[in-house]
Every structure is written in structure tokens, then in C-alpha cells.
Design a protein around this ligand. Structure first.
Ligand code: NDP
Length: 443
């Protein structure tokens, strides 16, 4: 079978899953030079095997809202690949969640986890539950019902979920509490736990901080740095907030952030303390920033954020948030580097625009791997029953991000075009998984 036929067959086998098609196509196209050099992978049908999840669990999540009404949501866990270790990947609670979203995220997670150099397989889970506007008690009842099924399928050596969109410390706490009650065991079954009961220092900051460590490495290849750079960071959740905080620490200024309704532009630099208060404490909308910052601007529509002129663009909200047109606007406005904190935030057209214009482009599976890497460090601490200092975890995170950048850069040079980190990350991530699968036999 030719390469194109193989890809076509995989896509046809998974109809109605556009995000999954997008992720699989990108990786498959990057891997062509690898398949040319290693015909044994095609013979062993390694890619076809990787594109098929080892297991998909889909389940009913019934719960009762504060009015006493019965609600039904759908829960998922996609256990994609365990060649390198227990399945590992976040849980997403968002109204848009479906199998396509979770399969794309789980598929990407395989290569991302491989890039970290830690022993973690790839998985992802979630539900179409929308946490917006729900009370703490409603969120707790939902999380407990979700875990009533999930606990059968996860465990510290089997599958270790974490947070993602809509799942932060509060949700991880409720999920962990229910797992502990159902299994009568206190184990490191989830990461992103509270600091007093097994969580790791620097986990909350890790994806955002790691993103900037990666962007710094990209900039160094052109003798540049974050100092005095103007940054746009989309989203205003976990990744965006801590990426922005690190930008400020490195001497840059973040001038715009958004949520799904609109964006804030503050030419003096966004006040991150205020954003944290609105988003983390009050669980409010970014629009409320204007109450105490009357000189800032608020614009309806989240995509408008990419019209703001910047040196560094950090898409930190969600998939496909930058299309080809927005990418062209960023390029026309002089963007120097793009670092993907969110998963697959640039459409294929956008990626093409960035690469064709020689923009430093850090693809998600490399650039945002700091979150899962630190989850891996949380697992190590749990196994040892020790807690490392913030400095220790942050130093390890920085080293991991530098290693990921080097692996992707080296692989791009060996197999593709030096500096094409899309190809480089896909190839470096794939080679380790493929090697392990070959050695473990047809399972
Ligand atoms: P949060 O739930 O903390 O924040 C998500 C942010 O993105 C919110 O501001 C949300 O706004 C916004 N958002 C969500 N959907 C849309 C949309 N359709 N259009 C515009 N804005 C939107 O999630 P995280 O910060 O944890 O995750 C953000 C991204 O980073 C995701 O792609 C996630 O998969 C990825 N990621 C996260 C990691 C982590 O450690 N948390 C690790 C690696 C990747 P609103 O409140 O209006 O919904």
C-alpha cells in the first residue's frame, strides 16, 4: 500500500472526526522521510497501530443539579498508547467535547509524552459537561459521578489523568476524593493534586513556564531573547496566566488576553494579578478586567486578539484558534515567534503561513509538553513519597524543555529542514514510540 493509501484508509475508518483527521494527517506527512529510511516500520504497520487507540471507554454520567433535576452527560477516556508507560493525559470538561476532540488530543499526547523523555504513554479523557455557571456542589456531584465509572479503568500504574480545559485543582480534588473512597486507596492516580496531599510544586505553573523556556530556546537560535518583546497570549486560564507571568519575569510585556467571548487590550501590560482574581477566584469573564482598568479596551469576539500587533504570539486557549488569515495578519504585523501553549491551536493553513515566512514556530506537542512533564515529576515524587522544592521541579522542567527543543531541532536537521520543529517534534516523538512498539511485539 502506498503512503497516501495508508492515510486514506485511516481517515475513512474514523468518519466524522475532523480534529482527529487533522492531527493524524500532520504527523503522517511529517514522517515520510522516516518511512523512507526505515521500511521496517511500514512492514510492522507501526503507524496504523499507533492511529488506533488501544482502548476507548465511553460512559453515561448522571447527576443532579441544585434544582433537583436529573442531568445526563457523556464521559470518555481514550487510552491511546502504552508503549512507553501508563496512559497519561488530561481530562477536559467543555460543552464541545466529543470523541473526535479527545482522539486528536490523545493521539498528540503519545508523541508529546515521548518527547519529555519520561516513561508515559498517551491518553485523554473528558466530558461534554459545561462547568460555566455551575455551583461548587454541582461540579462536585458531577465529578463524583464521572469517577464512579472512571475508577475501574485508571490507576497509578495503568492510567494517570490530569487537568485540562475546565478541569483545575477543584475538579482534580473532587475526582481524587471519589477515587479514594471507591478503591479505599490513597495513590498517585491523578496529577495536579493539591499541594498538601501529593501535588507537586510548580505543576500549576508548568505548562506556561515550560512554554516560555521553549520559546527562549527558539529565540536563542537567532541570538534573540524575550527581553522587551510585546506578547499576545490568548486564553485566560491556567496556561495563559502562567505563560504571561513568565513573560513578565523575562522582561517582556503581555498586552492582550481573551476568553471565548472577547479580548482585553492593555497597552501598559495586562495586570496579571487582576486576571488571576477574575478567572481563578471569581470564575468570572475577562470583560470584568475593565472595571478596575478603565484605560484598557475590551472587544467582543475572541479571534480579534490576533489583530493586535505583537512580537510573540502565544495561542493558549483552544484548538484551531488561529486560521490562515489570522496567521497572515500576525506575520504582516511583524511577529517573530509563535509558541503553541494550547493543543493544535493553529490550523494547517496557519502553520503553513508561519513556516513559509520563516517565523520561529513552536508546535504544541513540543512547546506545551512542560505540563505533562511536571505531571511525570509529580508521579515520581508520589512513588518516592517525597516532595521536591519549587526550584528543584522548575529546574528539571527547564532542562526537559531545553532537551525537547534540541531533540526536535536535531530531528528536523536529520530528516527534514533544519528548524522545522513541526516535523522535528513529530519525528523525534514517533521514533521512541515506534522503537518500543517494535521491541514489545504485536500487542
Ligand atoms: P482553562 O480551562 O484553564 O482555560 C481555557 C481558556 O481558554 C479560558 O480562558 C477559555 O475561555 C478559553 N477558551 C476555551 N475555549 C475557547 C474557545 N472556543 N475560544 C476562545 N477561548 C476559549 O484551560 P487550560 O489553560 O488548562 O488549557 C488551555 C489549552 O492548553 C488547551 O488547549 C489545553 O489542552 C492546553 N494544555 C493545557 C495543559 C495544562 O497543563 N493545563 C497542558 C498542555 C496543554 P472561557 O472561560 O470563555 O471558556
Amino acid at each position: 500500500m502506498t503512503g497516501q493509501e495508508t492515510l486514506k484508509k485511516i481517515l475513512e475508518k474514523n468518519p466524522g472526526e475532523p480534529e482527529f483527521h487533522q492531527a493524524v494527517t500532520e504527523v503522517y506527512e511529517s514522517l515520510q522521510p522516516v518511512f523512507d529510511k526505515h521500511p521496517e516500520y511500514a512492514e510492522a504497520k507501526i503507524f496504523e497501530r499507533i492511529a488506533e487507540p488501544e482502548r476507548v471507554i465511553m460512559f453515561r454520567v448522571p447527576w443532579v443539579n441544585d434544582k433537583g433535576e436529573i442531568q445526563i452527560n457523556r464521559g470518555f477516556r481514550v487510552q491511546f498508547n502504552s508503549a512507553l508507560g501508563p496512559y497519561k493525559g488530561g481530562i477536559r470538561f467543555h460543552k464541545s467535547v466529543n470523541l473526535s476532540t479527545l482522539k486528536f488530543l490523545g493521539f498528540e499526547q503519545i508523541f508529546k509524552n515521548s518527547l519529555t523523555g519520561l516513561m508515559m504513554g498517551g491518553g485523554k479523557g473528558g466530558s461534554d459537561f459545561d462547568p460555566h455557571g455551575k455551583t461548587d456542589m454541582e461540579v462536585m456531584r458531577f465529578c463524583q459521578s464521572f469517577m464512579n465509572e472512571l475508577y475501574r479503568h485508571v490507576g497509578p500504574d495503568t492510567d494517570v489523568p490530569a487537568g485540562d480545559i475546565g478541569v483545575g485543582a477543584r475538579e482534580v480534588g473532587y475526582l481524587f476524593g471519589q477515587y479514594k473512597k471507591l478503591t479505599n486507596s490513597f495513590t498517585g492516580v491523578l496529577t495536579g493534586k493539591g499541594l498538601g496531599w501529593g501535588g507537586s510544586l510548580a505543576r500549576k505553573e508548568a505548562t506556561g513556564f515550560g512554554l516560555l523556556y521553549f520559546v527562549e530556546e527558539m529565540l536563542k537560535t537567532r541570538n534573540d531573547s524575550m527581553k522587551d518583546k510585546i506578547v499576545v497570549s490568548s486564553g485566560s486560564g491556567n496556561v495563559s496566566i502562567y505563560a504571561s507571568e513568565k513573560c513578565v519575569q523575562l522582561g517582556a510585556k503581555v498586552v492582550a488576553m481573551n476568553d471565548s467571548a472577547g479580548y482585553v487590550y492593555d497597552k501598559d501590560g495586562v495586570d496579571l494579578k487582576a486576571v488571576r482574581q477574575i478567572k481563578e477566584v471569581e470564575r468570572g469573564r475577562i470583560k470584568e478586567y475593565l472595571k478596575d482598568h478603565p484605560k484598557a479596551e475590551y472587544h467582543e469576539g475572541s479571534a480579534g486578539i490576533w489583530n493586535v500587533k505583537c512580537d510573540i504570539a502565544l495561542p493558549n486557549a483552544t484548538q484551531n484558534e488561529i486560521d490562515g488569515k489570522s496567521a497572515q495578519t500576525l506575520v504582516d504585523n511583524g511577529v517573530v515567534a509563535v509558541g503553541e501553549g494550547a493543543n493544535m491551536p493553529s490550523t494547517p493553513d496557519a502553520v503553513k503561513v508561519f513556516l513559509e515566512n520563516n517565523i520561529l514556530f513552536g508546535p504544541a506537542k513540543a512547546a506545551n509538553a512542560g505540563g505533562v512533564a511536571t505531571s511525570g515529576l509529580e508521579m515520581s515524587q508520589n512513588s518516592q513519597r517525597l516532595s521536591w522544592s519549587f526550584y528543584e521541579v522548575d529546574s528539571k522542567l527547564k532542562q526537559i524543555m531545553q532537551n525537547i527543543h534540541k531533540s526536535a531541532l536535531d530531528a528536523s536537521e536529520k530528516y527534514s529542514t533544519k528548524g522545522n520543529l513541526v516535523d522535528g517534534a513529530n519525528i523525534a516523538g514517533f521514533l521512541k514510540v515506534a522503537g518500543a512498539m517494535m521491541e514489545q511485539g504485536l500487542v
